[in-house]
Design a protein around this ligand. Sequence first.
Ligand code: FAD
Length: 467
Amino acid sequence: MARDNKVDDVVILGGGVCGLYAARRLTAEGFSVSVVEKESFLGGLAAGIKIGQNFYDQGVHMLHEHDREIYEDCMAMMGDESVSVELKARIRWQGRFYRYPLQFGDMIKGMPPLTLGRAVAGLFLAQIRNKVAPWEPRNCEEALIQLYGRALYHYFFEDFTHRYWGRHPSRISAMFVKRKMPRLTAVDAIKKLLGHIGLREKGGRAVESALLSETLHYSATGSEALPRCIAERVRKDGARFFTNSSVRSIKVEDGRIRSVNIFNSQTGRRRTLPCKHVISTIPVTTLVDSLRPHVNGDIMDSCNYLQWLPIAIYGLLVKKDKVMDALYTYYRHRVFHRVGEPKNAGLKVTPEGHTVLIVEMTCQEGDEKWTGTDEMRSRVVSDLEKEGICREEDIVEMNLIRNRYAYPVFSLGYEPHYEKLMSCLAGIENLQSIGRQGGFTFPGMHSAMRMGASAADQILNNQMSNK
Ligand SMILES: Cc1cc2nc3c(=O)[nH]c(=O)nc-3n(C[C@H](O)[C@H](O)[C@H](O)COP(=O)(O)OP(=O)(O)OC[C@H]3O[C@@H](n4cnc5c(N)ncnc54)[C@H](O)[C@@H]3O)c2cc1C
């Protein structure tokens, strides 16, 4: 086993945008950094996969401008590779297209009058109940009813949430609504009205949804450009990258990590990386596993309560110049839940006269979507045809891309187990577990990079105060 004589200031586990941005911050300040990535490529979920002559995103990925500091730094690193594009997203619902994020006015237009009456009455009742007798929802179903009322929940959320997450909302934690669910403007409208008559309630909010109108950032090679540009800068600034390398074990002594042991799946070689600090962005459960025997069986049991929802994506090369009006469209009653046409955001597609479609489906590991059975392919093609997107004879390539760790699942009762894991990790002085997988949360790329920057800042500040 190779042992580095060099002691890194920081070893970063995982080369997604969170880990890469932590490396960016640290190397810019002259810190020595090693990044360990299990895949042959960097970028994690944001990496584009090159198949033939085209790049396929793992679900169309565009950078938001919300975090100005990170956005400006990314733009500087990407230079003229960045392409700005106005958000144009749609929801297909009840046979019509609506703007995404869904607006209250659009929703009204799509509802039969009786259902609409029930939905508005339900919303009012829910808001008044929250004000007069506040209550704590026990699961996602109750949290959605609390937020939107019973009628709207049954009409709009119940079935889609069930199909998307592969479990009924009553089996999902209420926390999911706070952390992940986009907020409908309807609630704001009702709250405003209630505010005028002195009935505004506190708390119980879902997260802000995407803005209706905003500029997104992409590239001619798709989402792969952003992580590639960050990695190039970080490499120039002296970072070492260990790709095809997964974390095997982590040595902890006196409450501090001393070294990380990694295994290269291509060469079969093991290597020990001594270090002063570790920033981990790999799934928190994998991290805990590699900390054995430092962690006990009780903590290992808690890992079983933290699950991820995988995603299966068909990257299609289609012999048509353009097939959709929007950048992407959400579908509520198809085998896929979203279809994106990244060419509309500036993706260069080869050969000319062709386009690429990114067809997204959440799934379970090992199911038909995950394995990509012939039957599943036929269902996808058939639904694309039914939606008038493309015909079977236009499809030149149909590539299945999968990611096991797409979405953390806030299953019912996961919270104490999550807390237990996190407080166990907090007991290791020089370790931070962050990002989508390390924090078990749902950031956009900008928020994942912000987590990386903050973790780096914590190390930089410690160093300053120890001088
Ligand atoms: C379908 C989909 C679409 C999305 N679209 C957008 C969008 O348009 N805009 C946006 O801002 N955000 C989007 N996001 C969110 C965005 O992908 C993530 O927030 C961001 O990429 C998370 O980065 P990360 O570095 O925290 O995690 P990851 O990208 O998951 O990185 C973790 C890395 O750790 C590596 N790793 C795992 N285990 C090990 C191990 N044992 N050893 C070494 N390495 C390991 C993985 O290979 C991976 O590279 C989307 C997410 C999904 C699922």
